[in-house]
Structures are given as C-alpha cells and as structure tokens.
Ligand binder design. Structure first.
Ligand SMILES: C[S@@+](CC[C@H](N)C(=O)[O-])C[C@H]1O[C@@H](n2cnc3c(N)ncnc32)[C@H](O)[C@@H]1O
Ligand code: SF4
Length: 372
C-alpha cells in the first residue's frame, strides 16, 4: 500500500540562521486564528478529491513550528481527523528549535497528539552554535532533549557538521558525545552554502571535498557501530525508529503540503499530481494560492528513482513497475548505469536499484548523469 501523509508548514522563526534557505521569516507575533482558518480551508480543499486515503503520518515542519500555539497544533490535528481516517499508529512529528519550547509547551504538544519530536541542536560546541547564529547554548539544547525524552515516545536531533575550520577529529569527538545522548534517530547534515543566505553573501566556504568525504565515511562507520545505520543520506536510526513521514517522500508515497511553500504529490485516477503552495506567507495566509500540475510518466519515474536512491532500501522494482508500467532501466542511460555498477556506485538487480555508500557521496552528480 502507498502511504499518505500530511505536511504542515509553519513559516516563522525567532531569528533567521545565516545558513538556512528554508521558507522561514523572523517574526514575534502571530494571528493564530487567521492561521487556523487558512490551514482548515486548505485541508478542506483536498478532502473531497482525496477521500479514499488514510493518513499514516503528519509532519509539522518549518520554519519553527514549535512557535505555533498548542491550541493551533491541536486544531490542525483534529481537522485532519475530521476529514480523513487516521491510522492508529500514525506518526505525528514536529520540528523544534530549543529556544521555542519548555516543559509546559512540550507537554501541551504531546497532549495535542504530537508523538515524535525533532530537535534542532545543530552542535554541542558553543563556538559553533555562535557561528551558526543559533540563539541557544549546547547546554540549553541538551536540557530540552532531556525533558523531551520524558514526554515523547520518539525523539530525534539535528546536527550540522563540516563547518569551516572543523577538523576530522573535532567531528569525531563531537560524534562520540552525540552518541552518548543515546537517541534512536539522528539527522546529521553537512553544512551547505545555499545561494541567497547570509553565509553565501559573506563568502563562507564549506570544508574541502576530501575532508567532507572523510567526515561522511567516519559518520557512516561510527553510526553503524552504534546501531544507528544510515537509512538516508543524512539520516540514521535504530531499526524501527526511521521517520515514517520522511520515508514517504523518499519511497514514492503520497502527501499533501499545507502552508506557504509546501509541496504535495498524489495520484488521482492514475494521474500524478504535483502541487506547490504559494511561498509568500502573507499571500498564502490570505488566499491559500497554489499551483497544481500533472507529471508525465517520465517525470514521475525519474522523481521516484531520484528520491529512492537517497535511501538504503533504494528503489523497489515491483512497486515501481506496478506504478509506472515500465522497468526503471528504461529511464536511465544504459552505458552510464553499467559504468556506475562496475565502479561500485550502484547496484541494479532483480529486487531493484540501490546506491552504495560510495555512491551516496556523489548522489547529485550520479542522478544528473544517470537519468535520461
Ligand atoms: C527546518 S530546520 C529544523 C527546525 C528548527 N527550525 C531549528 O532550526 O531548530 C531543519 C534542519 O535543516 C538543517 N539545515 C538547514 N539549513 C542547512 C544547511 N544550509 N546546511 C546543513 N543543514 C541545514 C538544520 O539542521 C535544521 O535543523
Ligand atoms: S535553521 Fe531552523 S530556526 Fe534557523 S532559520 Fe532555518 S528554520 Fe529557522
């Protein structure tokens, strides 16, 4: 069965981090009632068209959705439940900035139905946190993690590595300390310098490619030894603790995206639909404007391949064939596929198509050259 999820985007943060190109604006005051109406209207606009779906995951992302009131979060969850059947074991995740929650607020989110938290710790080193423009110290972030552990059944933390001036042994030491936190899920991102961000304008340079590759390998090895195998480029989990909602993106699931800049993918009557919500928060709040297109079979096939190659499981041949009606090889350059297999970047067999650990390191280049 193809899972169905709901993504809710909250586009505000307390301040803008210099590396971040997510749709997020610094803001202090919010008209929660206006957001209630807008989220409800957008959700309702899908209910009639997608009435045969059962919700398997809900994800509050941002921005900093932990700036939402617990009442608004509860309202959104209840609205979803009133529009679709929601599976009993549904994962309801929320991204949290350590500056925006305390015990009371986390308890209220839990009461509203949130059962998985993803905390943006970013670093255990205060100097790095300062460089990253974060408003919290490592100690404050750890305090929030400790409290969250007592409230939420599932917990993850985000970290950013490969910072300028960070050495391999710096990251090794930090990783050891991260592992001591005993979390079952970790998102470990290499710093990317995105166009338009403050870091980009300042000319901040990421670490050299060779060092980045060494750091990636070290991460892989240490996480594997700790029982937190990589299940996607930047995500590691103990068995059974993978993020269901994110897996849905990578494994060709269906979802609707609600809120500014949110994207959605779903199938109606055999047609692949792609939706992009308007990315200006005020405009979206007032109109819930969005653009919907249908994807050709080739576009959908390439998207399925591209996303699946990010994951350890890779692309499942049977599922792909039943959705697309063709073999995955038909969408790839034959010679390039052969070369990548011979060089140990890809595995293509009866089960499907998978990237090796070596292949993951050049994933973007690999997809650019592989797909027709
Ligand atoms: C939407 S934010 C998470 C929640 C919350 N807003 C916070 O920052 O604490 C998603 C995550 O993406 C990662 N991230 C964002 N921009 C990045 C970049 N340029 N390079 C690496 N990681 C980045 C950060 O680890 C961040 O926690
Ligand atoms: S990293 Fe998180 S807190 Fe910082 S600007 Fe991006 S979304 Fe906001």
């Amino acid at each position: 069965m193809i899972n169905f999820g709901v993504y809710i985007h909250w586009p505000f943060c307390r301040s803008k981090c210099p590396y971040c190109d997510f749709v997020s604006l610094p803001a202090k005051n919010f008209d929660f009632n206006a957001w209630k109406s807008a989220y409800a209207a957008s959700l309702k606009s899908y209910a009639g068209r997608l009435s045969d779906k059962t919700v398997a995951s809900i994800f509050f992302g941002g921005g900093t959705p932990s700036l939402m009131s617990a009442e608004l979060v509860s309202f959104v969850i209840e609205t979803i439940k009133s529009l679709w059947p929601v599976a009993e074991e549904t994962e309801i995740s929320m991204e949290v900035n350590p500056c925006s929650v305390d015990y009371e607020k986390m308890t209220a989110f839990r009461k509203a139905g949130v059962n998985r938290l993803s905390v943006g710790v970013q670093s255990l080193n205060d100097k790095s946190l300062k460089f990253l423009g974060r408003l919290h110290t490592a100690e404050q972030a750890l305090e929030i993690l400790k409290t969250a552990k007592t409230i939420f059944p599932r917990l993850s933390a985000d970290f950013i590595y490969a910072l300028p001036d960070q050495s391999l042994s710096d990251w090794q030491n930090e990783l050891s300390a991260i592992l001591e936190l005993n979390l079952k899920h970790l998102s470990l991102y290499q710093l990317t310098i995105e166009e338009g961000t403050f870091f980009y304008k300042k000319g901040v340079r990421p670490v050299e490619d060779d060092l980045a590759a060494d750091m990636f390998e070290l991460t892989d090895r240490m996480m594997y030894q700790a029982g937190l195998e990589r299940y996607e480029v930047s995500n590691h989990a103990a068995p059974g603790h993978e993020c269901k909602h994110n897996l849905l993106y990578w494994q060709g699931g269906e979802w609707i995206g609600i809120g500014p800049a949110a994207h959605g993918r779903f199938t109606i009557g055999g047609q692949f639909h792609a939706v992009a919500q308007n990315s200006t928060p005020q405009k979206w709040l007032e109109t819930q404007a969005c653009e919907e297109t249908t994807l050709s079979t080739t576009e959908k096939a390439q998207e399925l391949i591209f996303m699946a190659l990010r994951t350890r499981e890779g692309l499942d041949r049977n599922t792909f064939c039943s959705r697309i009606g063709k073999q995955p090889e038909e969408f790839m350059h034959e010679g390039t596929l052969q070369d990548y297999q011979t060089d140990g970047f890809l595995i293509c067999d009866k089960k499907g198509l998978r990237t090796t650990a070596k292949g993951l390191m050049i994933l973007n280049a690999l997809c650019r050259t592989l797909l027709k």
